[in-house]
Design a protein around this ligand. Structure first.
Ligand code: NAD
Length: 284
């Protein structure tokens, strides 16, 4: 199973980054989205990625980033998008019915040999495998936001995923400059969020409970472990809305933390780096 042609479904936050990173490493990339209006937005995202890669990624100067952008084919025609794809990476919204509708169409339109990989953060591949009509060539390939910098790619199959398809995706991840993280069994949150979410929740519990200020919690984590960032600095990067939405739908402890976040930060417009202030203040 050799992967040469790659199609990315969804050109939003992650889809545009995955398409760019893949094209940057020399693969033929087609990116699909639902309308011309959305594709106009995709062009803007890709133009911003050109600037980011030039500034932050070695080897992206001398016209390489512009060439990368120009090489990404954008289309609203799903059949044409997947006609000769070796790998389809799905990054459509995190809504099971949208994933189902997408995979049912894809299962009919893609060639027999095409491997499907979902970038879903919270759904397990087992939740979706039966929509694909090819459970043996379906698995998760999970990127982190800002793929050029935070370059883990978590690879997670179901018991039905063929080991050759799994291996082909691991090799592909390496070929596009990612560090493949192989999971042997399905786990909600993969490796990264299985570690990160409890850490962030513990940090918030310490401050919400009046035990220690965010700065003291972060100092402890950085000095005590040598980590470059403390949990509250990480929360400011993620943005406070995402953890709030997760906590508010969780158990009683989660709801208490959500209420604390809302009263002290979200209602005051302190949403993290994106708004100039979260747990810390940022100057442009
Ligand atoms: P997003 O909302 O920014 O982008 C989703 C894109 O899919 C949109 O451009 C939308 O138009 C398109 N799309 C394609 N087919 C569609 C359809 N049938 N109906 C509606 N929209 C359709 O979302 P995102 O943040 O890029 O997330 C996409 C996937 O990546 C999700 O599964 C999410 O869990 C995962 N993910 C996101 C992040 C993140 O930080 N944002 C990180 C890792 C994984």
């Amino acid at each position: 199973m050799t992967i040469r042609k790659v199609t990315v479904l969804g050109t939003g936050v992650l889809g545009s980054q995955i398409a760019f990173q893949t094209a940057f490493h020399g693969f033929a990339v087609t990116a699909y989205d639902i309308s011309d209006d959305v594709l106009a937005g995709a062009r803007d995202r890709i133009a911003k990625l050109v600037a980011t890669y030039r500034d932050e990624v070695s080897g992206a100067g001398g016209g390489k980033a512009e060439e990368t952008a120009a090489g990404i084919a954008l289309t609203t025609d799903l059949a044409a998008a997947v006609r000769d794809a070796d790998l389809v990476i799905e990054a459509v919204p995190e809504v099971l019915t949208i994933k189902e509708q997408t995979y049912r169409q894809l299962g009919e339109l893609a060639p027999e040999h095409t491997i499907f990989a979902t970038n879903s953060s919270t759904l397990l591949p087992s939740d979706m495998k039966d929509f694909t009509g090819r459970a043996d060539r379906f698995l998760a390939l999970h990127f982190a936001n800002q793929v050029w910098k935070y370059n883990t790619a978590e690879v997670m199959g179901t018991p039905e995923t063929d080991s050759k398809a799994y291996q082909a995706v691991v090799e592909f991840a390496t070929a596009i400059g990612m560090v493949p993280i192989e999971l042997h069994r399905e786990k909600a949150g993969y490796v990264l969020n299985s570690l990160l979410v409890p850490l962030l929740n513990a940090a918030m519990s310490l401050s919400a409970g009046g035990f220690a200020e965010p700065e003291a919690v972060d100092d402890t984590w950085r000095i005590g472990t040598g980590a470059p960032y403390g949990p509250f600095q990480i929360l400011d990067v993620i943005g406070l809305t995402t953890p709030y939405n997760i906590l508010v739908n969780g158990g009683e402890d989660g709801q208490q933390l959500a209420a604390w976040l809302k009263t002290n930060y979200i209602d005051k417009g302190k949403l993290g780096i994106a708004t100039g202030e979260g747990f810390y203040k940022y100057t442009a």
